[in-house]
Design a protein around this ligand. Sequence first.
Ligand code: GDP
Length: 333
Amino acid sequence: MPEGSTDALAGRLIAGERRALAKAITLVESTRAEDRAAARALMAAVAPHAGGGLRLGLSGTPGVGKSTFIEAFGMMLVEAGHKVAVLAVDPSSARSGGSILGDKTRMDRLSRHPGAFIRPSPAGRELGGVARRTREAIRLVEAAGFDTVIVETVGVGQSETMVAEMTDLFVLLLAPAGGDELQGVKRGIMEIADIIVVNKADGPLREVAERTRADYAGALRLMRAREGDAPGFPKALAASAATGAGLTGVWDEIRALDLWRREQGWRDRRRARQAVRWLRAALERSLIERLYTDEAVAARLPEVERAVARGEMVPEDGADQLLSLLLGRIGGD
Ligand code: GDP
């Protein structure tokens, strides 16, 4: 991207121009070195305008009703005058190159509404890179005036933790289930949830959903209190994405928790801690990248590997040698 045009792009984005926003996200998703430089300039230019959104993480296993929920919930919000951005993080697409939101018909009405912006998961091989791009996309949509940012992920482990570390509040969608299945929800995921929503509380499933909700409410009460838990949270609710029942209740609870956290300073503390964690992650990634792209290290690595394989050198000594080699070169730059 030519010099100066980053500022122009930032200006159009801040003015709320959708095409500029889409282009900006494409820029931060690019891994080309020259695009990275432009992306950093762009992020710096939009920085004073970012940070104003309510960042919601949303997760649930495939089939639980995430897209139906986001469509109904998102429509409710845009019709109330909110501007809603939906970003997706999909660890499986990180491998296949496809994406969970690639098919926008999953959120047909919302995707066509002028108050909404839907963006599929960035493709990428490693979770760290996907995380960086999604965090930047959050700030970009905020700078473009979106007040509610939903970051959706599929419930398959690692990606939830990552999404919880870039959002203010985490909502876990669950399906109505028998008591035994309660055990199936991983403890780690329960621990990051602020609000559990048992979806599909309609028709013949309504009663089961209500029982499931009560079971989870009980399970949540047994967990140890966490920093930033408002009285009564984490909470379990029942709702139906299909009929819309309970959706205003979900929004009311989200707003109540967010308001409480902002007033108590927890939201800013959480964001500050997240930023420090991402700094560490970036530091570790850059160091590893420098290590493996360093010529001297690359030249010596096979020899050290052979020595370690033959038992002539312990792995730790080999690591020390290679690291000293890198650090000596960095120091000599
Ligand atoms: P996702 O894979 O989590 O995005 O789930 P989908 O939104 O695609 O929904 C999976 C299936 O559950 C679809 O057949 C939906 O119609 C159905 N579904 C979603 N929400 C509800 C709900 O609130 N009630 C009922 N009865 N079915 C629902």
